[in-house]
Design a protein around this ligand. Sequence first.
Ligand code: ZN
Length: 344
Amino acid sequence: MSSQLSDKLQTCKLTFEDVLELFYQKDPAMVERLIRERHESMPVRSPVKEPLPTESDLEDFELEPEPDSDEEVDPNYFYINEMCLKKIPTKIKITNPEHIKKYYPSNDITNIHKKCTLPKGHDGKCKKNFDHIFKTNEITKKLLSSVDKAINYTPGNDDYVYKNRASRLYPHYLTAKQEKEIRDKNIKKKCAIPKKDYSTSLYIAEAYIDWMTFIVNVMGVKEYINNDEYERTGIKQLLEKNKKHLIKFYSNRKIFDNDGNSICVITKNKINLNDIADIDRDNRTDIKDTDIQHGHNYPRSEKYISVRGCNLLPMSRKGNLLIGENVFTENKWIDELKKIVSIN
Ligand SMILES: [Zn+2]
């Protein structure tokens, strides 16, 4: 609002809301649109800075960001304040570095670690996951393995340059352009991962608790959890708080149904346990439209890290195809679908 207009408003003792009210009587649709647009332009988490593929930069990249004191602005605030996040050393074998000496002249990488996903101040040992709160059987084995693969590993690859299902923490990553430069169909180099699939230990821990928040709210999953352990460890309370945090973050979209169950955020269909872990089916070859994949708010990209807190969402295979490479919280994909419906 211009200062002149603001002065005039003050002289006649009208507030901005009063003016809106006046406009509303004249053109309610326009005012509703304005309010909606104002709401939708609320800050969403901006993509993180593009990392540079050198070891010294990797060091910076691993630093924990200082949480912004304003929770509305920085969703990291939640994870850093609620989670333990202590370092857990881990080993990653560097393979065939000779193929990418140009990009990584030294291979002396020693600071690989994961982060503890338990609530801040927990007792007992730090842990990378919540597997210990689940009852042990074939279904939970498949369910937890699907979570581990989605969060910690890159998607399948052909091994010519990029390793098949490597750790997202693999410290050598290449852009699609760099990958093409060294690709040779006669040698399986297995020397890097795609830059768009790389993540850091902090972001993996954040993405993990987000994904587990959706998993424990899938209909039928709670009967596979040891409730005493779930409550005693504080994991239940952590995931309940995170559910509220995610609902607030995605305030312009519905991400759980009215009963609090997890849904495909695009089709809004309630998720069944066998959409994630079906012991009678190999869901890599025997596929269904309702199979749940890990979808993103901001799609995979080389410009930012997509596996991070407040960026993973459950999407069915069908839902993921419908949204394509669009941003979930923006309206472009909905407008495109409406247009298709209107002309058919
Ligand atoms: Zn810990």
